[in-house]
Design a protein. Sequence first.
Length: 332
Amino acid sequence: MALRIHFTGEDLARTWIAPEPDAMWETMLSLYRLRRRERTVVFGEWKTSALARMPAATRMLATLVPARGYSVDFLTPRAESGSVEAGTEALRRTTGERLRVDLTELAWRHPGTRLPGWAGRLAEGRPEELNAIVSTVEDYYRACLAPHWSRIRAQIDQERGRRARLLTAGGWQAVFSTLHPSARWSFPTLELAYPAEHDIHLSGRGLVLQPSFFCRQTPITFRDPGLPPILVYPIEHDLGWAHRPATDRRRPLADLLGTTRAQVLETLGRGDFTTTELARLLAIPRSTASRQVTTLREAGLVNSHRLGQAVLHTISELGVALLNGRRSGLIA
C-alpha cells in the first residue's frame, strides 16, 4: 500500500519546508506514542514522564485519536504558525460541517468502538464541546510537551537545516528521495509507504513538508485530499533528548575550554550546524552561540563556510583531535 502525491511544475514552486514544529501535529502524534505499546529508546523516558503528568481529561483526545487507524483531521488545522496558541485558535474556528464529516468518518473507521455522548454533541457543532476539546489540548500540551518543547524544536531545526542543504546541493530530487526509506521520486509523483492506498493531486496548491518529532514509521497526511496539502514525516532523534545527564561528563574539556564552548565543540563533533541550530540545540542565546563559535574558530577548532544565505560550522581536524584526546583520557 502506498501514498502517492502528484505534482505539477507549479506545485514544485509552491513546495516548502515548515519553519518550526507544529504543536497540533505533535500533540496528536504524541498521543499515538503514549497509547501504543512500543519498546523504543527514543520515547521511553518521555512516556514515563508524560503518563505521570497527563491530565485526566486527555481521555477526550484519546477518543479522537485511537491507538491505531484514522484520527480526526480537524485536530491538526492549518494555522498562522506552529505554536499551540495559533493551533488552538484555528481549532476553535472549526466549522460544524468539518466536525460532522470527521466524526462520522471516525465512527465508520472504528465500528467496534462506541463514541461517547459528547462526541455526538460535538458532531452537531455544539460550541461548548469544541471549547472543551480546545482546553484539553492546551492542558495536555502544557503538561506533556511544553517541558520538552525547546529540545523538540532544536531537533526540528537540525532537520530543517539538513533538508535545506540537500535542496541546495541536489534540488527536490535529493530532498524527496531521502524523506523516508520507502520514498520514491519520479516526477511528477512522490510515492511512500502508507497504511492504505491514498492519492493526493496537488493541482497547483503546492505541498508543506512538516518534519515531526513524534511521527514514527511512515509519513502521515490528511485523509481528506481536499484539505491543504501537507506531508508530516519522521526525523532522526538524539537518543538522550528527554533527559539531561546527572553528572557532567564534559568536565575535563569544560575546564580547558569553558562549559559552553565545550558543549558547542561536542555538538559540532556530531555534525555540521548553523549558529541558530547550535543555539536551539544547546538552549542558549544566538549571540552566545555566535561568540563561542568565533572563539573556537580563532583557536583553529572550528571552520565556518557560507552555504546559500546560511553560515555552516564544522569541527576542524584539530577539534576532532581534541575531542578524541578527551575520550581517550589524554585530557584529565
